[in-house]
Design a protein around this ligand. Structure first.
Ligand SMILES: Cc1cc2nc3c(=O)[nH]c(=O)nc-3n(C[C@H](O)[C@H](O)[C@H](O)COP(=O)(O)O)c2cc1C
Length: 200
């Protein structure tokens, strides 16, 4: 049985353009995967905390030496990681905010990058431990960046996911959403049809 994890990071929760595009994919995916299950993680209503010294300290403390507070930090990160590990398909709604991913998505990423858990170092370099996932990223933007050197968001997301072992990653863009109604409508229509083509 398949399991899908949808991660929304728009400040507008499920009302965001990126969340709606991701939702469109998930709706079609569930029709072609009867009996499958879906988890939605909404980072606007339930944000991961920013990393601080205490959190990083918990990550670096050996399990048997962790204080009760550090155990809580680890338990939270473990829950997020278990959610990702349980999914075959991961859908990320990632609008562009100030030339990057939303800070809530970055904080979430900071909690799932754990040495010895989601990646490890070998003599030949880092090895990602989150393998066998199909990932689809929906990125909505006010302007145009895709396939240009200005698209630092795609590079960041692809590199981060690849570092953890997720290499089957597709991006769907809806761009120019701040450039008039007609551009917005055509970009969203195109992105919706690209989403359906990616459902497998
Ligand atoms: C705080 C904020 C920052 C934004 N920064 C950018 C940006 O750097 N470049 C851009 O093209 N659009 C930017 N936009 C526009 C959004 O990318 C666009 O409205 C997108 O549809 C938002 O997706 P959402 O509805 O899923 O949140 C920004 C929007 C907000 C709210």
């Amino acid at each position: 049985m398949s399991h899908l994890l949808q991660i929304n990071s728009s400040v507008f929760s499920q009302g965001g353009q990126s969340s709606q595009l991701a939702g469109h994919y998930v709706e079609n995916w569930s029709k072609t995967h009867p009996g499958s299950t879906i988890t939605i993680r909404d980072l606007a209503s339930d944000p991961a905390p920013h990393l601080d010294g205490a959190r990083v300290g918990a990550f670096f403390t050996p399990a048997e030496q962790r204080s009760p507070a550090q155990q809580e930090v680890i338990a939270y990160s473990d829950r997020l990681i278990a959610e990702i590990m349980a999914a075959d398909t991961i859908v990320i709604a990632a609008p562009m905010y100030n030339f990057s991913i939303p800070s809530t998505l970055k904080a979430y990423f900071d909690h799932i990058a754990r040495a010895g858990v989601t990646f490890r170092y070998s003599e030949t370099g880092a090895v990602g431990l989150v393998t066998g996932k199909k990932v689809v990223v929906f990125s909505t933007r006010g302007g145009f960046y895709a396939n240009t050197a200005n698209d630092s968001q795609t590079q960041l997301v692809r590199q981060f996911l690849g570092f953890l072992g997720m290499t089957d990653v597709s991006f769907v863009y809806a761009e120019g959403l701040a450039m008039g109604d007609s551009q917005k409508e055509s970009a969203l229509t195109e992105a919706r049809s690209a989403a359906i083509k990616l459902v497998a």
